[in-house]
Write a protein that binds this ligand. Structure first.
Ligand SMILES: C[S@@+](CC[C@H](N)C(=O)[O-])C[C@H]1O[C@@H](n2cnc3c(N)ncnc32)[C@H](O)[C@@H]1O
Length: 232
């Protein structure tokens, strides 16, 4: 699903997530802690956004990095930042990974993306196909418990479209995403043949407390994101 947040406001999004609380101090440290050693690894970044993960993988010595996103604007930002150090192309991940050959990647990352996909089964089936045996995938997404607060149906087991207004980029932007029960995510992962090896609800660091005591207290008491690692 195309969103103004990641097209019209792509540049502003890039600036905002460099050092904000939810992405820079909460999501990235928690997902990156799951990834393990990146040096010499072939990495696929799904829903790469403005390339904050690509930057991390370059610094950690990845052998190659491929970045995909539905947003032309995001892919252009990554191209401009990293040139030929990173491969990029536009891909709607709800169609899976039709351009990727099997058994290529050591590490796949998919940060804060799957809640934009109505159906996640094609993606996980292709993640299994393109991972090398023993390779792993780590993803983050909205915590199903947190998103249930936005449910119109009141039925946790429904998958439903939610619309919210976010001020991530310093101006209110309408964002739509899918909320779904946890089991829909874990079933998509395991039915694809992957084994779940770790689940985290995120450690809330002292850096967050320093940046905003209120956000620190909220994140300590209310789950916001969920982090899942799986292996082929
Ligand atoms: C919250 S941003 C996360 C960006 C990046 N992963 C990060 O953590 O900074 C979500 C990204 O998913 C992309 N996206 C949304 N729907 C998509 C789809 N169907 N296929 C591919 N990318 C999609 C958006 O364009 C956006 O760049």
């Amino acid at each position: 699903m195309k969103s103004d947040m990641y097209s019209r406001y792509a540049q502003q999004y890039d600036l905002a997530v460099q050092d904000n609380i939810y992405n820079a101090l909460f999501e990235r440290p928690n997902l990156q802690a799951m990834l393990g050693d990146i040096e010499g690894k072939k990495v696929l970044d799904l829903g790469c956004g403005p390339g904050v993960y690509a930057d991390y993988f370059l610094r950690k010595g990845a052998e190659s990095i491929t970045c995909l996103d539905f947003s032309v604007e995001m892919v252009d930002i990554v191209k401009n930042k990293f040139s030929d150090r990173v491969s990029t192309y536009v891909q709607d991940l709800s169609e899976g990974l039709p351009k990727e050959a099997e058994r290529q990647y050591d590490v796949i990352v998919c940060p804060l993306v799957i809640h934009y996909l109505k159906d996640i089964t094609a993606l996980f089936s292709d993640v299994y196909r393109v991972l090398k045996p023993g390779g792993s995938m780590a993803l983050s997404t909205h915590h199903p418990f947190a998103d249930f607060e936005c449910s119109a149906s009141g039925n946790y087991f429904d998958t439903e479209l939610v619309q919210e207004e976010w001020d991530t980029v310093g101006t209110p932007v309408q964002v739509t995403f899918y909320r779904r029960p946890l089991v829909e995510i874990t079933n998509a992962v395991t039915n694809a043949g992957l084994s779940i090896t770790q689940i985290s609800e995120g450690q809330v660091s002292g850096a967050i407390k320093q940046a905003s005591p209120e956000t620190y207290e909220r994140l300590r008491k209310h789950p916001n994101f969920i982090f899942i690692k799986c292996q082929k």
